[in-house]
Design a protein around this ligand. Structure first.
Ligand code: BDP
Length: 694
């Protein structure tokens, strides 16, 4: 198996007693492309899993499975119920029927009983964003070239794009933005739009709507105007006619994603305008067609002054957006990264979620493991996302977990209805057969869909069901994989950057492997201020004041190092290396110990996985084993780089004498070498002994 089927393998069940009485005739009342896709999916899945021949017809009575729409159900809702004549899967729309079918198939694949149930999604926006460039590369993509583009154009063969939409639909994702947020300036050219219509077409049967990233200079670059000032009437007119042109080609177009005034992208600030001015001009053009603008909250200055102790990139979201609160059109949604910096192994939850009280918001999560091991390390990210979604931001002094805010309930519309809101995953799949490179990384995309549908879904349910569908129902397989996934975030955080330091990876480039000092003394603001006297960013009111961007109860907690908690300590405080943690160790000793324990835990994935050798298929077994072996070795590189650096900067030796004295280790530079030279490595801490062979 090459993993292309992901969790939709529909492997034959070894024990199918539970479904023995399931009728084999599927009667579909809905002949729309989506209705037909649902019926065919059901036929295909059940035939394959149960080894009986299921057939689809348009009418019939008796023992049947009926697929039909039911306009009385709420938006995007499905209902599964047993009736006198058989089993009914109903949906408020064809897409909802499809969600019901996938859910039903998932119950069968994971050998769960069929029960009567009605399910609705928690929020309307459930999108996957892909950072694909039109030349076929994928920014922060770790699984090969784009499935959408090549040589500057949309691909001729979009088979994989259609298969991807099926995968997205299977977990309830209803929108997909296919081009990089750093958008090609020609995205909206006539030719490109005709090509994008072909992508929308292969998405359509799966109920996945196409969205596009657009650059705000388009009126100038594509339209030939002399300005892109959002308040200029010519610019507004241009956007309106461009949007009308899009809807002629793509009637179900979802909308635009906008990255502006950030990391070199131009934006409204060029004309002294605000984010709302830019978002609204697009939103007004989209509104008559039902489209939305996802305006990214990721607006910051990447030329900050490291010497300025008040400078803090984390502040940027609130500083830039709160003054616009209440001025956005009703179809603008502010898309906020889960943390205020950039997808680190752990950061505080963005305070912008609770600071915007009169705006629509969505949470942006990153399935692509940019800072979390790039799909060469196993990290089950839903553990992190759940921690974020459950974080109580105490808006208005009340219980307001992030999940309540991003599903529109904390700050509802004036009429009491939930705000337009939701979830966006930056996924970045590629052309490799299994979409994301690491077989375990698929659990992240699956888990994203499940949490976006219902953020209260227990993690254990996500790992259990995904494992059963992906690897089979054998108890040892299920037990081993769910337990490995369950601890993997903590393990990765432990050998990279614990205590809220950030990932401590190479910052100025590819974001992989240890690169501690690369984060400091540059304008990008991903600093942790590791100095002789101590480490951590002082974000209290004595420092950058960032902690005050939270609601008062939380601000008070984060002002105080003891109350902050060890997991985010260095995100908020600059403390000496011998600062005592709640675990009663000094900070630096805890860092040494955590790195040793976590690297060991990563090494243990290898024997744990090896025990499954004959219980999973040989190809995926071997591929995964190699990745675990790599992770085990790379975790050692991480461990030693970080521990050596801490020992040198703090001047405090590891109480157990391990750091810098690795027993049994032979350095390459200590060997007899012919035709090679020994070189110094910069930064020194990224190679053991600071040396490499060239
Ligand atoms: C950072 C990535 C960069 C993206 C940027 C963004 O390193 O490639 O363009 O985020 O989200 O994480 O816009």
């Amino acid at each position: 198996e090459d993993g292309a089927a992901a969790w939709l393998r529909y492997a034959p069940l070894t024990d199918s007693k539970l479904y023995a009485t399931l009728p084999t005739r599927i009667v579909s009342m809905d002949n729309s492309p989506t209705g037909s896709a649902a019926a065919e999916e059901l036929r295909r899945g059940l035939t394959s899993m149960l080894g009986r021949n299921f057939v689809v017809s348009n009418a019939g009575t008796g023992a049947i499975i009926v697929l039909s729409s039911n306009a009385l159900l709420p938006r995007e809702t499905y209902r599964i119920r047993r009736g006198m004549d058989g089993l009914h899967i109903e949906g408020s729309s064809a897409a909802a029927e499809l969600y019901g079918v996938f859910h039903f198939l998932e119950r069968v694949a994971s050998q769960k009983p069929i029960v009567n149930e009605t399910q609705s999604p928690a929020a309307q926006i459930r999108w996957s964003d892909e950072w694909d460039n039109m030349d076929g590369t994928v920014e922060r993509g770790y699984a090969g070239p784009s499935i959408f583009f090549e040589n500057g154009h949309v691909k001729q063969d979009l088979t994989r794009a259609g298969e991807y939409a099926r995968l997205l639909a299977s977990v309830g994702i209803n929108g997909c933005n296919v081009n990089n947020v750093n958008a090609n300036l020609q995205t909206l050219s006539e030719q490109n739009l005709r090509d994008f219509a072909r992508v929308a077409e292969v998405f359509r049967p799966w109920g996945v709507k196409l969205a596009l990233s657009v650059d705000l200079t388009s009126p100038q670059v594509v339209g030939g105007l002399d300005t892109f000032d959002p308040l200029d009437p010519k610019v507004a007119a241009w956007w309106q006619s461009k949007v009308d042109e899009i809807y002629k080609l793509i009637p179900d177009f979802a909308g635009f994603t906008v990255k502006a005034d950030s990391e070199g992208r131009k934006g409204p600030s060029q004309y002294g305008r605000m984010p709302a001015d830019a978002a609204n001009v697009l939103a007004r053009a989209l509104k008559p067609h039902g489209g939305v603008v996802l305006y990214r909250g990721f607006v910051y200055n990447n030329h900050l002054d490291w010497n300025d102790k008040k400078a803090d990139r984390a502040r940027a979201g609130v500083d830039n957006f709160v003054k616009n609160d209440g001025t956005f059109e009703s179809n603008v949604v502010i898309q906020i990264k889960e943390g205020p910096i950039d997808f680190q192994a752990r950061e505080a939850v963005s305070p912008l979620f609770s600071a915007l009280k009169k705006s629509n918001v969505a949470i942006e999560l990153q399935t692509a493991q940019e800072y979390t091991g790039q799909q060469r390390h196993m990290v089950f990210l839903p553990s992190m996302w759940k921690w974020v979604l459950d974080t109580d931001l105490r808006a208005n002094g009340k219980t307001t977990p992030v999940k309540q805010i991003v599903t529109g309930h904390t700050f509802p519309n004036a009429d009491g209805s939930p705000r337009l809101s939701g979830f966006v995953s930056v996924t970045n799949v590629g052309s490799e057969a299994n979409w994301l490179h690491h077989p375990m990384a698929l659990a992240n995309l699956y888990g994203f869909g499940k949490l976006a549908w219902n953020p209260d879904t227990p993690l254990s349910q996500i790992t259990d069901t995904w494992t059963r569908m992906t690897w089979g129902n054998d108890p040892l397989v299920v037990g081993t994989i769910t337990s490995m996934l369950g601890k993997s975030w903590g393990v990765y955080e432990g050998y990279t950057g614990p205590n809220g330091m950030g990932t401590l990876t190479n910052i100025l480039g590819y974001h992989f492997g240890p690169g501690i000092e690369s984060a400091e003394r540059n304008g990008w603001g991903q600093w942790f201020r590791g100095e002789k006297d101590g480490i951590g960013m002082d974000r209290t009111s004595h420092g950058t004041g960032y902690a005050q961007q939270y609601a008062p109860e939380l601000a008070a907690k984060y002002e105080n190092p003891a109350a902050t908690g060890d997991d985010l300590l260095l995100f908020f405080h600059h403390v000496p290396y011998d600062y005592k943690l709640h675990n009663s160790k000094t900070l630096v000793q805890s860092i040494y110990d955590t790195h040793y324990a976590s690297a060991l835990a990563a090494a243990e994935y290898v024997p744990q996985w090896s025990a499954l050798k004959d219980k999973v298929d040989a190809d995926r077994y071997a591929q995964t084993l190699k990745l675990f072996q790599f992770q085990a070795g790379h975790a050692l590189v991480w461990r030693d780089a970080i521990n050596n650096w801490f020992q040198r900067i703090s001047g405090i030796a590891d109480a157990l004498g391990r750091v810098g004295h690795d027993k049994g280790r032979v350095e390459a530079e200590a060997s007899q070498l012919t035709g090679f030279e020994i070189i110094d490595v910069n930064p020194w801490e990224t190679a053991s002994g600071g040396k490499a062979v060239n």
